[in-house]
Design a protein around this ligand. Sequence first.
Ligand code: AMP
Ligand code: MG
Length: 336
Amino acid sequence: MAARFFRRSEPFSRSFRSMGGLATVTICGVNPKRAETVTEQVESIFDDLELELSTYRSESTISQLADNAGGNPAEVPEAAWRVLNLAQHFGQLSEGAFDVTVAPVVKLWGFGSNAPPPGLPSAEGIQERMKLVGFRHMILKDRTVFLPVKGMAVDLGGIAKGYAVDRAFEFCRSVGVNDFLIDLSGNIRVSGRPQWGDDWQIGVRDPFDRSRIIGKIILKGGLALATSGSYERFVEVASVRYSHIIDPRNGCPVSGTAGVTALCGDATSADCLSTWFFVLGLKGAAEILQKTQPVDVLIIPDKYPIEIWLTPRFAEAFIPMPELSDTVRILRYTST
Ligand code: AMP
Ligand code: MG
């Protein structure tokens, strides 16, 4: 009798560009045709959200809000409403370190535009724009949003991708796909397990050398990760790199932090937390950890030699590359 070999099915994985970055969907245990269809649906979830939430598309709800600033409250579609409410929540929780109304200052520094900025903005220029920043001035009421001062605008770059990943995650589960990984520009959420092991494992890139992995994170099904890094997006003026994350307290790009990864139960929170803790930096993080427990972050300060700081629970899920195990430190609450 001829032996019959059944080839173990390969995991399905496909990448595409969406929401200004690269998305990868990996699906296990489903036939390729079905996986392809589900991935196409995930792609259209991302594309629809981009049309609504992008700062860079003039017809998006978010751009229209900015056009309407200083005018009247405007009714917004559901996704924008939900994301803006979540953004307000994280604005309050972070006491303004995470603030989506920082948009006018983000623009001033030249982030997001194709042309490099002509030079650094002046202190006066920053002061002027800072008058337009403050999440507490944005009014959300009865499904309407109001930016009361002309020139105010919203930038959802620190939350929208995480939100999109959560919607895609829910969609996949709702159609009975259980073992998958969704990655949208470093905003990752996993479900179930991969077909080659018990848990998903995610490599963390070295913020100083993107070609290198500093370690792996073991991610249980359902959990999410997000990374904010100064290497992801930046502007360069006179050979100095300025990170794309602005400290809303002074209107300047954050310095001192090279990378932050947040581990959470959902991708929206992970996205906000990584941006928020990037602003706080190592010292700020240690000071507020007690208040915001349970928060799990990995922080790499912008200094040489590399140090990898992790909250205790995150440390349990992190396997450093052997040559870097001496550089791992536990990040605990310290009072000022
Ligand atoms: P992420 O890569 O998720 O950390 O998000 C960074 C993006 O969020 C930036 O490119 C800006 O669009 C926006 N952003 C910059 N600074 C802040 C801030 N302090 N709070 C909220 N969003 C910010
Ligand atoms: Mg973020």
